[in-house]
Design a protein around this ligand. Structure first.
Ligand code: KIV
Length: 288
């Protein structure tokens, strides 16, 4: 039996009955109190309604990451991802979830030029999808934009350290923070975003002491990926975590091996089609 119980009571603030009450951005922000996060934030990427349905009850946040460019569309990086792609996948994830906060990535080129451009893009994403918040990459330089969005009703999650949209500047996806200057900049970036009002910040691909330093230095929850178990929460790309790819970064733990299961199902199906043993009696309709 489903654990969801449909609450049919409506109000003007809640005109469409929902099985569950969703977590909210302020509740995620409040997980970290006086530098302590008793209940770590669980975040996974989701790109489709079905994926969202399977992940929802286990997560606090579903991130519609621009990693969908590589994972779903086979693109070489996140750079070509468009606002329309993000809006469509975010809408599917909202439709497939009732519990988690849905956060949608702002794609490259949709927010960097000015706070006004960022507002237009973020407002479009939230209107088109029903997601609750946006995530954007970049540190101190993006702080005024973060503040501008928040003051206009758009919650923002930050993203510092290894920022994949900057791959052409960084020259690759290697872990960041190995030199003193870069380490100091990553901590400064996170502090600036938090002061600007970001409700949480992803810290990606940094050496562990920097991940810990950022987590200790910043008031809002720090969500690590390739960072440290001592962060206030963790995120992984779901398709990496379930074993959809042969090769994954070393910070990924594969909790299942789904790719061989799909390949094996396709192989057996193809064999049965070629042998004319599928469809069998159970899968065909006969006259009454
Ligand atoms: O796009 C994405 O999936 C992300 C996560 C890796 C944090 O930004």
């Amino acid at each position: 039996m489903s654990k969801y119980e449909l609450n049919t009571a409506t109000s003007r603030a809640n005109p469409t009955p929902q099985p569950l009450r969703r977590l909210t951005v302020p509740k995620i922000r409040a997980r970290k109190q006086d530098g302590v996060t008793a209940q770590p934030v669980v975040m996974l990427t989701a790109y489709t309604a079905r994926q969202a349905q399977l992940l929802d009850e286990h997560c606090d946040i579903l991130l519609v990451g621009d990693s969908l460019g590589q994972v779903i569309y086979g693109l070489p990086s996140t750079i070509p991802v468009t606002l329309e792609m993000m809006a469509n996948h975010a809408a599917a994830v909202v439709r497939g979830s009732y519990h988690s906060v849905v956060v949608v990535d702002m794609p490259f080129g949709s927010y960097e030029a000015s706070p006004g451009k960022a507002f237009e893009s973020a407002a479009y994403l939230l209107k088109a999808s029903g997601a609750a918040a946006v995530k954007l990459e970049g540190g101190e330089a993006m702080a005024p934009t973060v503040e501008f969005l928040i003051n206009r009703g758009i919650p923002v999650m930050g993203h510092v350290g290894l920022t994949p949209q900057a791959v052409n500047v960084l020259g690759g996806y290697a872990a960041r923070g190995r030199g003193d200057a870069e380490a100091g900049k990553i901590v400064g970036d996170a502090k600036a975003l938090c002061t600007a009002g970001a409700f949480a910040i992803v810290v990606e691909g940094v050496i562990e002491p920097i991940a810990i330093a950022v987590t200790e230095a910043v008031d809002c929850p720090i969500i690590g990926i390739g960072a440290s178990a001592k962060c206030d929460g963790q995120v992984l790309v779901t398709d990496d975590m379930v074993g959809m790819f042969e090769r994954v970064p070393r910070f990924v733990k594969r909790y299942e091996e789904v790719a061989p299961m799909i390949a094996s199902a396709a192989k057996r199906y193809a064999e049965e089609v070629r042998a004319r043993t599928f469809p069998g009696p159970d899968q065909t309709y006969q006259p009454d």
